[in-house]
Design a protein around this ligand. Structure first.
Ligand code: IMP
Length: 428
């Protein structure tokens, strides 16, 4: 019963989609367990480039796909993705948990408000939807959306939310409420009708698959440092991207997880506000951004770029018990004479090897770097050729970079990405 979890080790955008798509060829089921349409998982197959925000990235491998209860579902986005996958010539075999919560239009408006703006959220309604889940009296679940009592549920919930609807000018006065409910019902009941055949008891399905000896890949969205409990709070998302999130976000026992694969970029990026110890300001940071296409998949915002941060990766390894690493986007570092790697932080005159998540402390941490020799720019088509030939064909300095990281972390790097395509992944 191999249960494999794939998690991001940094601030999200580590190319987990490419790793999941690559691995999906050998698994039976791919399951998303956290986050929502704030994620942007890009999969490139030949000339086809699809961006998934909710659908598990194994969609193009025609595998059983599951969206777990830990995900917040924007039904319109999901419907569009189902159509996108169909248009690409695949019929998604998808099951959405009825326990998952639904992102409603007012959640997105509230998310674009002042508090959320100060955190630099993706404005996809993620925080407000998870807040309502925890409040319990103001939530709408997939079970409500596709059930017989959606209209009553909507009335009940929006009566409680009236104060918020007024505060965010979603409606101007109480008299507009029934019209507003009608409008939402007319749009969302159609989504409910469309999604109904795709919904069911995801927890039972996944557990049965594991008990039958199938291989299940749990796909995390975002990254460890955006975890609401373990990340750089409050500059985090509202879910748990660490490996334990797969247990809660699907309903599987921890002993059913056999392996955790951590995905990291060969450098670090962050989109949105919050501390970033190894950030590179100016020229080289811009060069990495351009070369790596470091712009948000969901929002298009430029990502902040910096050197690889090993205290961050050590922290991620501890929290998710990561036993192997997939290092992505190594090709982006070509043509840099000297590559820095942060091996520890200096804090109050002491060296720290493991990252602290506390923002006030992080802001005072100084990176301690080791410099490694870079490698020259490779010509067009070179990375594809190297990927075909395998690990030994990498420039010696690139191999040294990988082996240095492995020595520092004591965790093997088993997969190396040197481009966005399936064919540009090297497996050791
Ligand atoms: P939210 O998840 O939209 O509430 O945004 C909270 C923080 O997480 C912001 O800094 C976002 O930029 C960041 N964030 C959310 N999802 C992703 C992602 O998939 N990749 C990178 N950053 C993300």
């Amino acid at each position: 019963m191999p249960g494999i979890v794939v998690v991001g080790m940094q601030f999200g955008d580590e190319s987990k989609g490419a790793v999941v798509d690559y691995m999906a060829k050998d698994v039976d089921m791919v399951v998303r367990f956290n986050g929502g349409a704030n994620a942007g998982h890009t999969v490139v197959v030949g000339d086809l480039k699809l961006k998934f925000r909710l659908m598990p990235s194994g969609a193009l491998r025609v595998k059983k796909l599951v969206i777990g209860n830990g995900v917040v579902v924007d039904p319109k986005v999901l419907l569009d993705e189902i159509e996108m996958v169909r248009n690409a010539g695949f019929e998604p075999d998808l099951l959405v948990s009825r326990k998952a919560h639904v992102v409603m239009p007012y959640h997105k408006i509230i998310d674009a408000g002042k508090v959320a703006s100060s955190l630099g959220t993706t404005r996809r309604g993620i925080g407000p939807t998870y807040s309502d889940k925890m409040r319990r009296t103001e939530a709408i679940r997939v079970n409500d959306l596709v059930g017989d009592n959606f209209l009553e549920k909507l009335r009940e919930v929006l009566k409680v939310k009236l104060h918020e609807l007024l505060a965010f000018n979603i409606i101007n006065d109480e008299n507009e409420l029934s019209e507003y409910i009608k409008r939402i019902y007319s749009e969302y009941s159609k989504y409910g009708d469309f999604l109904r055949p795709y919904t069911g008891n995801a927890s039972i399905l996944v557990n049965e698959a594991l008990d039958d000896g199938e291989t299940v890949l749990f796909e995390g969205a975002q990254g460890t440092l955006l975890d609401v409990d373990h990340g750089t709070y409050p500059y985090v998302t509202s879910s748990n991207p660490i490996a334990g999130g797969a247990c809660v976000g699907v309903g599987v026992g921890p002993t059913k997880i056999d392996k955790v694969i951590g995905v990291a970029k060969a450098y670090t990026t962050r989109v949105g506000t919050g501390p970033f110890v190894t950030e590179i300001h100016g020229g080289l940071g811009d060069k990495i951004r351009e070369r790596g296409g470091e712009y948000g998949t969901v929002t298009g915002r430029p990502r902040r770029c910096g050197w690889l941060d090993l205290p961050m990766l050590r922290y991620s390894i501890i929290l998710s018990d990561i036993s192997e690493i997939a290092l992505r986007k190594l090709d982006v570092l070509e043509g840099i004479d000297s590559i820095k790697v942060c091996v520890a932080y200096e804090f109050n005159g002491e060296e720290r090897e493991v990252m602290t998540p506390f923002v006030e402390e992080l802001e005072r941490c100084k990176p301690i770097y080791e410099e490694l020799e870079g490698w020259e720019e490779m010509g067009p088509g070179s990375w594809e050729r190297i990927a075909r030939q395998g690990y030994e064909a990498l420039p010696s300095q690139a191999k040294r970079y990988i082996e240095f990281i492995e020595e520092q972390l004591s965790v093997p790097i088993k997969m190396i990405g040197v481009g966005p395509k399936r064919e540009t992944t090297i497996v050791r």
